[in-house]
Ligand binder design. Structure first.
Ligand SMILES: Cc1cc2nc3c(=O)[nH]c(=O)nc-3n(C[C@H](O)[C@H](O)[C@H](O)COP(=O)(O)OP(=O)(O)OC[C@H]3O[C@@H](n4cnc5c(N)ncnc54)[C@H](O)[C@@H]3O)c2cc1C
Length: 344
């Protein structure tokens, strides 16, 4: 029997596992290695921080999903990859094909203190305690989409706390169009969030337990050390079939993968879309058939919650904000999560 090992229960693997459940393949043992039994859905995470969604609303239960997909679940942390086995903290798992979808973590400078917005399980534990402690102030480092969305949603939960947002660039959300950038800057100011634009955190003293890092995505060292071809930031380089360009038995998707032919942001929306093509190509590889290329969309719609039951839509050069857009986002997100409910 062939061994397919999935490392990490990220968005792409959740979709792929569901597909394996719907379209079982014979003579293949599927194993999911995950450090946690629940995996968060990024689209609803800021809403959970604001208090709009429960923990269950925005987490996929991987044990139930594995039961549905007839996959073996191993709760362990991968720490290395060899030619034909995954090395974990407690187990070593052999594979014929392996797929990696372990996400990314914020890039935190070596000497810096504070908590990363990822791993999300650790961040949420911290937030639950911290929010209850009625804090006077805290700081968020990183003014990209994640940092700004988090700031607005945290402000909803802690309206009387001083929130400082540090952004190295001179403007927030530099990857979005001018209207969206202006709108978010205006909203942050209106909601009393103290902006430090063009500044790094080092210049101001904060209690280390009150600094949240939502900086640029980074990859764990063991990926580079495994000998896989990686980009400058240590992300696995994959071709259009989501297959490693150096090791054909290795596939990767989501934040941890960089498609050599398509430069796209590290965002949950891309990780979700890669789920189906990943499933198709893993199935083809297991059956010794030629792989199929996948071309991600160039322009995509971002719906960003503003922590007040409204959302901003950002699409290329266009932008808008309304309650209807929040309802649309809420409905899209709930529909996404509902596909995993039947297996609970
Ligand atoms: C605050 C914040 C808000 C965001 N909001 C949005 C948004 O609204 N929309 C959007 O598109 N994107 C958003 N993003 C980005 C989004 O979270 C990521 O792009 C997305 O989660 C990537 O999905 P993934 O499948 O690569 O991995 P992830 O969803 O990160 O999942 C990785 C999984 O692998 C597991 N894992 C990690 N390491 C190991 C290991 N060594 N061994 C075993 N298991 C492991 C983790 O526990 C986790 O379950 C946000 C990010 C942040 C920080």
């Amino acid at each position: 029997m062939k061994q397919l090992v999935l490392v990490g229960g990220g968005h792409s693997h959740a979709i792929a596992l569901r597909q394996f459940g719907l379209n079982p393949i014979s003579d293949v043992q599927i194993t999911l290695i995950t450090e946690a039994e629940d995996t968060p859905y990024s689209g609803m995470l800021p809403g959970h921080v604001a208090g709009f969604y429960s923990y269950e609303d925005c987490h996929i239960n991987l044990r139930s999903l594995c039961e549905f997909a007839k996959a073996r679940l191993i709760v362990d942390r991968a720490v290395g990859l060899e030619r034909d086995r995954v090395v974990c903290e407690q187990n070593t798992i052999a594979f014929d094909f392996v797929s990696i979808d372990i996400g990314s973590t914020p890039n935190i400078p070596a000497q810096a203190k504070g908590i990363g917005a990822k791993p999300i399980s650790k961040f949420l534990k911290w937030w639950d305690e911290f929010a209850k402690s009625n804090p006077e102030q805290f700081a968020i480092v990183g003014g990209g989409t994640g940092g700004v969305e988090l700031a607005l949603n945290m402000q909803h939960r802690l309206p009387n706390t001083a929130i400082h947002l540090f952004q190295r660039d001179r403007e927030v959300m530099p990857k979005h169009n001018a209207w969206v950038r202006r709108k978010f800057k205006q909203l942050l100011v209106q909601r009393g969030i103290i902006l430090h634009l063009g500044k790094a955190i080092e210049s101001i003293e904060f209690d280390p337990n009150t600094i949240v890092w939502v900086t640029q995505a980074s990859a764990p060292d063991w990926i580079r050390q495994s000998g896989l071809k990686v980009d400058d930031e240590g992300f696995i380089l994959v071709n259009d079939a989501l297959q490693s360009i150096s090791h054909p038995q290795v596939f990767a998707a989501g934040d941890i993968a960089t498609m050599i032919n398509h430069d796209r942001p590290k965002a949950g929306v891309f990780a979700v879309r890669q789920g189906k093509p990943l499933f198709q190509n893993l199935s083809l590889a297991l059956n010794n058939q030629p792989l199929k290329p996948y071309h991600p969309q160039k322009t995509y719609l971002s719906l960003i919650g503003t922590g007040d039951h409204l959302a901003v839509a950002s699409y290329g050069l266009l932008g808008a904000r309304s309650r209807l857009l929040w309802r649309m986002k809420d409905s899209i997100d709930r529909t996404f999560m509902n596909q995993f409910r039947y297996s609970n």
